[in-house]
Ligand binder design. Structure first.
Ligand code: FAD
Length: 440
């Protein structure tokens, strides 16, 4: 196969290009942004300055697509955190027990992560990145097979492609383009989360240099709405994201930030941040909703076009799923390509779409639902409550108690949360029997 075009050079687009580069002679990645040479935030990814954690499963998927990625990230300043020891979570009114859970996570800014992925990708000689190119439309045959992409940068241009990937993120213009061109609209489900992030960068005070850590404080719903995450990142800095919902906005000045942190359910984050000097001004971001689109249910979705990453689903960012889900989408793309290329190198577009689309949509729907269960603990959340909401939360409470008492259940629960294992590894019946009542 000759050419593939990827629209969007975010995390999903870069990883899709990595998966495609094993199968296509040439892969071209187009983005509207000027892509920086250094790890700084860019306009096309406005959520980029907020805390962006990669799950362990996401890290493994990236390494699988771009071997050598993890070593390069560590060399570029990614900080290794021992889960359960340096990386700790406050949930359900208390901190998870302090235990070594047997694996590490890497922490860094989203900009550094993207830069390392980009540099590693471009070492694959058949991938080209074209910046400052804005999507204009798709070109297709009368039979609805996509033949290429029209875009505008310095001039208007077209590029032909055997396969086009839409990885233009939450604001992708393709759903509108499809509607305007008679393809219809993808059915979708949404949760009105009305969540606010505010993020401030700090210099690490001298006494804490060389001690990487991450604290995630999740608000105890429905009484509390305020939470925060603080994490060590490259160049001796801490990144603090404060979150809240509805009418309550997280602060944007350092004095208000200290008041916000002092009032949280646990003082740990405040105790560190009050000694730190800010390194940059606060950046705020509003997330009105989380949504999953089911493109595979559109009768006329064009052949030769596949969606990936946030185009399919945007999630409650508090669960840190989006980039890892995009990475698993890209991994799935690679696997389904292997299945649908014949011995002569021909690509079965129908087979590819029917293997890829339901798989990635189910993955995004699962991730979206996990957030919906948490969000609907707040009565003001918009959208429909999941059907088995009460049973789900009864089990979550029992699991939280079991994690305190049983190190093996704790280890398994965190591996499930990091998407390393399926939830079937948790002994559900035993957890409910032993820890299902309040006094257990
Ligand atoms: C506040 C917040 C915090 C988050 N925290 C986390 C976290 O902790 N962990 C996590 O895993 N995820 C997190 N996410 C989600 C994460 O940001 C996304 O899931 C992830 O970036 C999706 O990658 P993507 O490649 O699909 O889209 P994006 O990364 O958004 O990339 C889209 C790309 O398309 C380009 N583009 C857009 N329109 C056009 C156009 N018309 N023409 C050409 N190019 C175009 C953009 O410039 C951009 O480069 C968070 C999100 C938010 C809002």
């Amino acid at each position: 196969m000759r050419n593939a075009v990827v629209l969007g050079a975010g995390i999903g687009g870069l990883l899709a290009a990595g998966a495609l580069s094993r199968h296509f002679e040439q892969v071209v990645v187009l983005d509207r942004d000027q892509i920086p040479d250094t790890p700084v935030s860019r306009v096309g990814v406005p959520q980029g300055p907020q805390v962006h954690a990669v799950m362990k499963r996401g890290e493994l998927a990236i390494e699988n697509i771009l071997p050598g990625f993890r070593g390069r990230l560590a060399a570029a300043g990614g900080t290794s955190l021992r889960v359960g020891l340096d990386f700790r979570v406050f949930e359900g009114g208390g901190w998870h027990p302090r235990r070594d859970l047997g694996f590490t996570l890497s922490s860094q800014t989203r900009a550094l992560l993207e830069q390392v992925i980009r540099e590693r990708l471009l070492a694959n000689g058949n991938v080209t990145l074209r910046q400052r190119q804005r999507f204009r439309g798709l070109t297709s045959t009368a039979g609805g097979v996509v033949t290429g992409v029209a875009f505008e940068g310095e001039g208007a241009e077209e590029i032909s492609a055997d396969l086009v990937i839409d990885a233009m993120g939450r604001g992708s213009p393709i759903p509108d383009w499809l509607a305007r061109n008679g393809y219809g609209e993808a059915p979708s489900v949404a949760t009105g989360i009305d969540l606010y992030y505010s993020t401030i960068l700090f210099h690490v005070p001298e006494r804490w240099r060389g001690e990487p850590w991450c604290l995630v404080l999740r608000a105890t719903a429905p009484d509390q709405v305020r939470g925060a995450t603080v994490v060590s990142i490259e160049d001796d800095r801490w990144l603090l994201s404060m979150v809240s919902r509805f009418d309550d906005r997280p602060p944007t000045t350092v004095p208000d930030c200290l008041t916000f942190l002092e009032g949280l359910e646990s003082p740990e984050i405040y105790e560190r941040i009050r000694h730190a000097e800010p390194a940059a001004k606060a950046r705020r971001f509003h997330i009105p909703e989380s949504r999953v689109r089911f493109f595979e249910r559109m009768p006329g979705y064009p052949r030769g076009l596949l969606p990936l990453g946030d185009v399919i689903g945007t999630f409650n960012p508090l669960l840190a799923q989006g980039m890892s889900i995009a990475a698993i989408h890209a991994e799935t793309l690679g696997e389904t390509l292997i299945k649908n290329v014949d011995a002569a190198g021909g690509l079965d577009l129908d087979g590819l779409a029917s293997d890829y689309m339901p798989a990635v949509s189910a993955l995004s729907h699962r991730a979206w639902s996990t957030g919906a269960y948490v969000d609907h603990l707040y009565p003001r959340t918009g959208g429909e409550r999941p059907a088995n909401f009460e049973a789900y939360h009864h089990f979550r409470k029992a699991l939280r108690r079991a994690m305190e008492a049983d190190p093996e259940i704790h280890r398994r629960a965190i591996r499930v949360a990091q998407m390393l294992d399926p939830s079937s590894v948790l002994p559900r019946d035993r957890i409910l029997a032993e820890f299902g009542s309040e006094g257990a």
